[in-house]
Design a protein around this ligand. Structure first.
Ligand SMILES: CC(C)(COP(=O)([O-])OP(=O)([O-])OC[C@H]1O[C@@H](n2cnc3c(N)ncnc32)[C@H](O)[C@@H]1OP(=O)([O-])[O-])[C@@H](O)C(=O)NCCC(=O)NCCSC(=O)C[C@@](C)(O)CC(=O)[O-]
Ligand SMILES: NC(=O)C1=CN([C@@H]2O[C@H](COP(=O)(O)OP(=O)(O)OC[C@H]3O[C@@H](n4cnc5c(N)ncnc54)[C@H](OP(=O)(O)O)[C@@H]3O)[C@@H](O)[C@H]2O)C=CC1
Length: 416
């Protein structure tokens, strides 16, 4: 990680802005985008527009994937998430960094049929007229062919005695593809209606289990030592925590929430559909019938090795990724042009977040780090001014379990 990023969080706001703008080569207009309201765009983006709802955006400055370093914007309202992602990224970068890969990106969708009169006949038609049917899909959205994508396969699947699903797989190019596949599915639905089928509906599936990203991270055990705990012991305890998330759904849910603290923050920052991502990820977590942690950590000799596979229905073009000026600025800061790279960056941030969370949990506990960063929020929520923050936070850090009453007492003393 280049030295000018070191202790980024200890620099002033202006210094941080200047460093990121210079690093990403932002134009003056793009730099201005980091601070303007968006009424004229948002009034056309959603219905009944009323106001902007700004959320904080920070950056992780030291993510290393496949030997490349990234500065990654994260949008989140939760204190300590960005600190954790920085912490985990730094630990992973101290080893060989993260290795990532995306084998294929296909988005799925379905035309739901009811009470098919002759299943064998329909099955034969779908097989024998596959080329014609895929052409109907492509012709409904010809632009996608220009971008190297298109409809790839159509198969029939029984759901129960009454319902069938005609499953379509589409290569959406660099887009997430929901709008484009829905257009294709509605064209196919019309075709099946013309063949005498009862069509219930046509809609994409957010399962995205044909758009998987895999990340593997290795941390030298020596980097994990903490206070009185040797690195080997911390590594073993992280591995134990990982095993618990595999056997207990009750734990797995929070283990995965920690991962999604990072993933969602990148998905939001790049204008992607985080509801689609959340649906896909949690469905994938229960793919074998039991809800399990999405990542595993194992002690292998001198390294703690983490691995994770995630479905990520996201894009780098289309939808809000091409409408929100901040999404475009953030894609420039990350420096990505291909969606497979963005998938690896988002998953890498999720793995880093998970490592930092587990390390905190199995050593000093989550509250020490979390609450020390939460102090500013607690102070501001209870009336501390910008000028009073440093003194209030300094005093809060010396108190066990501070609360709003503690803040009121400190402010009373300061304001006498
Ligand atoms: C909070 C830390 C990082 C402190 O960690 P620490 O080791 O006490 O602090 P440190 O001063 O030694 O800093 C270590 C590194 O953390 C980063 N770091 C440190 N401070 C900052 C900061 N202010 N801003 C940005 N980055 C920061 C930074 O990279 C720093 O390296 P340095 O630059 O000093 O060489 C650690 O305790 C941690 O990672 N905790 C996990 C916090 C977390 O996961 N928060 C999410 C909310 S809790 C949750 O929802 C997830 C969870 C826990 O439920 C998931 C689960 O159950 O699995
Ligand atoms: N998750 C869900 O369940 C649903 C999500 N959505 C929303 O749909 C949106 C995503 O759908 P999507 O189809 O991506 O949206 P868009 O239709 O906005 O984006 C796809 C379009 O991007 C253009 N494009 C430019 N370059 C490329 C490229 N390299 N590869 C592919 N397309 C390219 C193409 O149009 P052209 O060639 O004309 O430029 C293409 O048709 C999101 O806003 C999402 O919230 C909608 C319904 C449901």
């Amino acid at each position: 990680m280049a030295s000018h990023w070191a202790h980024f969080y200890q620099k002033s706001y202006q210094e941080r802005l200047k460093l990121v703008a210079t690093f990403a080569g932002l134009t003056p207009e793009q730099l201005a985008d980091l601070k303007t309201d968006n009424r004229e765009i948002f009034d056309h983006l959603i219905e009944n527009y009323l106001a902007d709802y700004p959320l904080p955006e920070g950056v992780v400055t030291n993510l290393k994937i496949n030997g490349q370093s990234y500065v990654v914007p994260l949008v989140t309202e939760e204190p300590s998430v960005i600190a954790a992602a920085n912490n985990g990224s730094q630990l992973l970068a101290s080893g060989e960094g993260i290795l990532g890969k995306v084998d294929q990106r296909l988005l799925g969708g379905q035309v739901i049929l009811k009470d098919v009169s002759n299943v064998q006949k329909l099955q034969r038609l779908i097989v024998n007229q596959q080329v014609k049917l895929l052409k109907i899909a492509d012709q409904s959205h010809p632009q996608i062919l220009k971008h190297g994508g298109g409809a790839k396969s159509l198969t029939l699947r029984s759901l129960n005695a009454h319902f069938w699903s005609v499953d379509l797989l589409v290569d959406p190019g660099e887009a997430m593809g929901a709008n484009l596949i829905n257009t294709m599915l509605e064209a196919l639905a019309d075709e099946f209606r013309s063949l005498g089928c009862q069509v219930t509906m046509a809609i994409l599936s957010n399962a995205a289990d044909q758009s998987l990203v895999q990340v593997v991270g290795k941390v030298p055990v020596s980097r994990l030592s903490r206070a009185k705990m040797a690195g080997q012991e911390v590594a073993q305890r992280i591995s134990d925590a990982s095993q618990v998330a595999q056997i207990d759904p009750y734990r797995a849910v929070t283990h995965n929430k920690g991962i999604m603290n990072g993933v969602d923050a990148v998905v939001m920052a790049t204008g992607n559909d985080w509801r689609a991502v959340e649906s896909a990820v949690h469905a994938f977590a229960v793919k074998d019938g039991q809800y399990r942690g999405l990542s595993t950590w194992q002690l292998k000799g001198e390294f703690l090795v983490g691995q994770m596979t995630l479905p990520l229905p996201i894009g780098v073009v289309g939808g809000a990724t091409s409408v929100l000026s901040m999404a475009m600025v953030n894609k420039k800061i990350i420096g990505i042009n291909h969606v497979s790279e963005l998938m690896q960056v988002a998953a890498g941030i999720g793995l880093a977040q998970n490592l930092a969370a587990l390390k905190a949990l199995v050593t000093e506990g989550i509250q020490k780090g979390h609450m020390s960063l939460q102090m500013r929020s607690l102070a501001m929520a209870n009336g501390a001014t910008e000028a009073e923050l440093p003194m209030v936070v300094k005093r809060l850090r010396k108190i066990d379990h501070p609360n709003s009453t503690t803040v009121a007492k400190i402010l009373n003393e300061l304001r006498k």
